[in-house]
Design a protein around this ligand. Structure first.
Ligand SMILES: [Zn+2]
Length: 107
C-alpha cells in the first residue's frame, strides 16, 4: 500500500541529514583554517607552508559549496538549517518526534 513512498520525503530528509553533517564538519574546518591563516599572517609569518592551509581552505570551501545542495533538486541551500528547499519546496528537516511541551503558551 504505502510502498511507493520509498522515494518520498524520508529519502530527501535522510540525504539532507547526511549533507548537514558534512556541512558542519566542513564549516569547522573552514573556521579553523581561517583562524590559522589569520594568526599566522598577523604574526608576520611569510612561509611556503602557508600555502597548505590556504589550499586546504579553497578545496574545503569548494567541497562545502558542492555538498550543501538540496537532495531533491540540487539547488544551493543558503540558510544554515533550512526547513524547506527554496527551489522545489521539498521538506528537508524531519519534524521533531517529541511533542513540544512546557512552552510559554504560544497559542
Ligand atoms: Zn530542492
Amino acid at each position: 500500500m504505502a510502498d511507493d513512498r520509498r522515494s518520498g520525503p524520508e529519502t530527501i530528509q535522510t540525504g539532507y541529514r547526511r549533507r548537514r553533517k558534512r556541512h558542519a564538519v566542513a564549516s569547522l574546518a573552514i573556521v579553523s583554517l581561517v583562524l590559522t591563516l589569520a594568526v599566522s599572517l598577523s604574526a608576520g609569518v611569510q612561509s611556503f607552508w602557508l600555502w597548505w592551509p590556504a589550499g586546504a581552505l579553497a578545496v574545503i570551501t569548494a567541497l562545502a559549496y558542492w555538498n550543501w545542495r538540496c537532495p531533491a533538486c540540487g539547488r544551493y541551500l543558503g540558510n544554515l538549517d533550512p526547513q524547506y528547499c527554496a527551489g522545489c519546496g521539498a521538506r528537508l528537516s524531519a519534524p521533531d518526534p517529541a511533542p513540544r511541551d512546557g512552552g510559554p503558551g504560544v497559542g
